[in-house]
Write a protein that binds this ligand. Structure first.
Ligand SMILES: [Zn+2]
Length: 333
């Protein structure tokens, strides 16, 4: 409780937030992408019968809602496609799925391609049922057609760490709203059209104080220090991350040397939703997990990264990279 009070005195204005229950009644919010019309064809790259049927059920679920119509194409070069990977490193760490909006655009800036991924490795490791995997597939199709995350805790297929919810009315209304307005005919939008990845993790920590407490609990290593080296790896979306080296000033959790290297998602060239790439010279608090091979990674991408901003009333304030909320250093360990 003391920690909460400290935060409230420091940055009351930044702690807004709509309650999850209230938000669930509103249509699921839109991202900045849409197809020209409320339909799109995709190529199903999955080779296994099991995963092909998961994508098929997800497609039929969306189609039954009348909000959007997905069809399949046999064109292997289609810029819209569904597929699976089996990875648990780099950007894929603890990721159940991913959507890659804006694979391609028409001359007016409307999306013509979006890629949808399921991560077999994580779904298997955490024993998702076929129905739950289908819910993740419906979620990725939701991003692809123009929806962003609903609030944490929301009863919505676009819940940020959705596993149990199927397509709900809020999602259908959200999708209908995206396509209730005519498509863009402005060429000005085309030049601003940039691709974006949304990575879906097992857990969502972006919920202010309780989320941070959970991060502190889950992180094996928490250190404060200065970024000394930042190396991007540009091979989206399979191997898309940045290697960061930090010179450590304070160790809050876990045993480390004076420097360590960890991976985070996102680069200056492409945004990973909820993340901002760190730069040399920045002072940060990072919450890390560790792979079996000893490699460190930022927990849930941007959700484990905090940027030193300024001092207020004798407290050093850190900005949560994923949602820009400020925390005192004491709250991060
Ligand atoms: Zn998502």
């Amino acid at each position: 409780m003391q920690k909460s009070l400290l935060l409230l005195t420091g940055c009351l204005a930044l702690l807004g937030g709509v309650s999850a229950q209230a938000a669930t009644k509103n249509p699921t919010p839109a991202n900045k992408y849409r197809y020209a019309a409320k339909k799109a064809a995709y190529y199903n790259k999955s080779t296994s019968t099991y995963y092909r049927s998961i994508w098929t059920t997800a497609r039929k679920t969306w189609n039954a809602s009348k909000a959007f119509t997905w069809s399949t194409t046999t064109n292997k070069k289609s810029r819209s496609f569904t597929t699976t990977v089996a990875k648990n490193t780099g950007i894929w760490t603890n990721a159940t799925g991913m959507a890659y909006n804006g694979m391609s655009f028409d001359q007016n800036g409307n999306q013509t391609g979006a890629a949808m991924y399921l991560n077999r490795s994580v779904l298997k490791k955490f024993r998702y049922t076929k129905k739950q995997r289908t819910n993740v597939a419906i979620h990725e199709m939701g991003h692809a057609l123009g929806l962003k995350h609903n609030n944490k805790g929301s009863v919505s297929v676009m819940n940020p760490s959705n596993r149990v919810h199927g397509l709900r009315n809020v999602d259908i209304r959200g999708a209908k709203k995206v396509y209730a307005t005519p498509a863009s005919t402005s060429k000005a939008l085309a030049s601003a059209a940039k691709p974006s990845l949304t990575v879906d993790h097992l857990k969502d920590y972006s919920n202010n104080i309780t989320g941070v407490e959970q991060l502190v609990h889950d992180a094996g290593t928490i250190v404060e220090g200065t970024i000394t080296k930042s190396v991007p790896h540009h091979r989206a979306p399979k191997n898309y991350y940045t290697t960061q080296t930090i010179r450590i000033a304070d160790k809050f959790k876990g045993q480390t040397g004076q420097t360590l290297t960890f991976t985070q998602g996102g680069t200056p060239a492409m945004a990973v939703t909820d993340s901002v790439v760190l730069h040399p010279g920045e002072t940060v608090v990072v919450m890390l997990g560790r792979h079996a091979n000893g490699q460190y990674y930022a927990i849930n991408d941007g959700q484990g990264l905090f940027l030193d901003t300024h001092t207020n009333n004798g407290h050093e304030l850190f900005e949560h990279v994923s949602d820009h909320v400020l925390y005192t250093e004491e709250m991060l360990h």
